[in-house]
Design a protein around this ligand. Sequence first.
Ligand code: NAD
Length: 473
Amino acid sequence: MYINGIWKTSEGTFAVFNPANGNKVGDAVDGSRADAREAIDAAHAAFPAWSSSTAYARADILLKAYSLMIEQKQALAELMTTEQGKPLKAALNEVQYAADFLRWFAEEAKRNYGETIPSARADQRFMVRYQAIGVVAAITPWNYPISMITRKVAPALAAGCTIVLKPAEATPLCAQAVFKILEEAGVPEGVANLVTCEDPVEIGKEFCSNKKVKKITFTGSTAVGKMLAADAAPQLKRVSMELGGHAPFIVFEDADPVHAAKGASLVKFLNTGQACISPNRIFVHRSILDSFLKTFTARIEKMNAGDGMSATTSIGPLVNEAAVDKVATQVEDALNKGAKLHHGGERLLAGDLSKGHFYAPTLISDVNDEMRIYREETFGPVAAVIPFDDYDEVIAMANDTDFGLAAYVYTNNLSTAMRAFEALNFGIIGINDINPTSAAAPFGGMNESGLGREGAREGLAEYLETKLGGFSI
Ligand code: NAD
C-alpha cells in the first residue's frame, strides 16, 4: 500500500493468482479500515497545498506519469496479462488507453475556465469558478486494472483533488505499478494513496462514512454501486458510478452482414466478454440472419483460448470459477428454453486449460426474453443472437433493459443511423463502430448503468465544485 508517500509492507498479505493457470503471481498487503482512515487523513492534509498549486504544475506531473507509463508499457502489459489474463496485445492496448487519460487530463487541467455572468443589477457582477471538491475515495474493478485507475486518478489530480484508491482484490499488483509511476512522476506525499485489501467491505464503509471524503467514484457492478451510493447519501457526498451494462448490437437489413458479424465477434470477445460495454444481445434482421451467423461462426472457429502470454492466444481466461459458473448457467438456461447452439457451449478443460478458468467462445441464436441471458449481464464469451423484423420492434427490444451503458448499430442508411442514435437510451452508441471510446470522449451510462461521465471535459467536471461570487461594486 502507498500511504502519505510511504510504501507499507508490514501487515498481513493475500496472494494473487494467474487466472490462466492458477500459479501465484505475488502478494499484496491486506489493508484494514484503520489503513483507509490513515490514507484519508493523509489525503486531507495534502489537499490545501495540492489544490492551490497551479494547473501547470499539476499538468507537468501528469505528463511525466504519462511518459513513464509509455516507457514501461511492455512490462506493465506483461504484468497485466499475468495477473488479469487478457492476451498481451490487448494488455498493450489497455496500457496505451490508460496513459491517454494521464495526458488528456494534464491538458484539460489548464482549461478549467470560469465564467462571468451579466447581472440585472448595474452595480453587481457575477463570477463563477470551478474548484476542486476535496478528498476523493475511488474503487476500481479487475477487468481493466490499469485504465480504470488512471480514468479516475488523472482527472482528480488535474482538478486539484487528492485521492485514496482501493483496487479490486484480483488485481492489486497492477495498481501498485501505477502508483509507483505516480510516485516517480513526483506526485507529492499524501496526494495519491493506495489501499489494497482482500475483503473490500470495511474499507467501503470507511470511504462512505468518513466526513473528510467529499466524493466517491466507483467502477464495478450495479449491485455494489447502488449500495455505495446509498451509504454515501446521509452525508450527501458527490458520487460517480460506472456500473454494469447489457449492450444491444443491432444489425439492420441494409447493413453488410459480413462486416457486421466481424465487428460483433471482435467486440463481443474483447477481454473474453468481461467488458461493461460488451454486446449482450445481438439483434439481427431476419433477412440477413443466415449470412451473419455463417461469418460469425467462421470467426469464432479461428479463436484460440489459452494463456495470454502465448502469441497464438486470442481469447484468455475468465477471472475465476464463479464467472465460469455464471456463464455456463446462462448458456444451459438458454439451451433448455429453445436457443440453438452454433459453437462452444462448454468449459474448456483440455490439457493446461484445466488449470485455469476457461469457457469456450460461444454462439447461440433464437434467444428470447424468457431466457436469463436476455436480461442478466453475462460478462463472459457468449454471443446471444435474436432475430427481428422491423425498426420499431428492435428499438423497443433494445431499450427494454434497466441498463443503459453502450449500444451498437450497423446500417448503411443515414436516416436509420440517426433515428436509432436518438432513440436508444444508452450513454455510448457505436454507429458502424465497435470502439466508441477514447480519453477525449465522455464514457458513462444512463439508468442503472451509472451516474456521471469519465474522460472528456465532463470527466474533469466530476471533480469540481461550482462556486458563485456575487460582487457589489
Ligand atoms: P464488483 O462490484 O464486485 O467489484 C468492483 C470493485 O468493488 C472491486 O474493487 C471490489 O473490491 C469492490 N467491492 C465489491 N464489494 C464491495 C463492497 N461491499 N464495498 C466496497 N467495495 C466493494 O464488480 P466486478 O464483478 O469486480 O466487476 C464487474 C462489473 O463492473 C460488471 O458489472 C461491469 O459491467 C462493471 N464495470 C463497469 C465499467 C464501467 O465503466 N461502466 C467498467 C468496468 C466494469
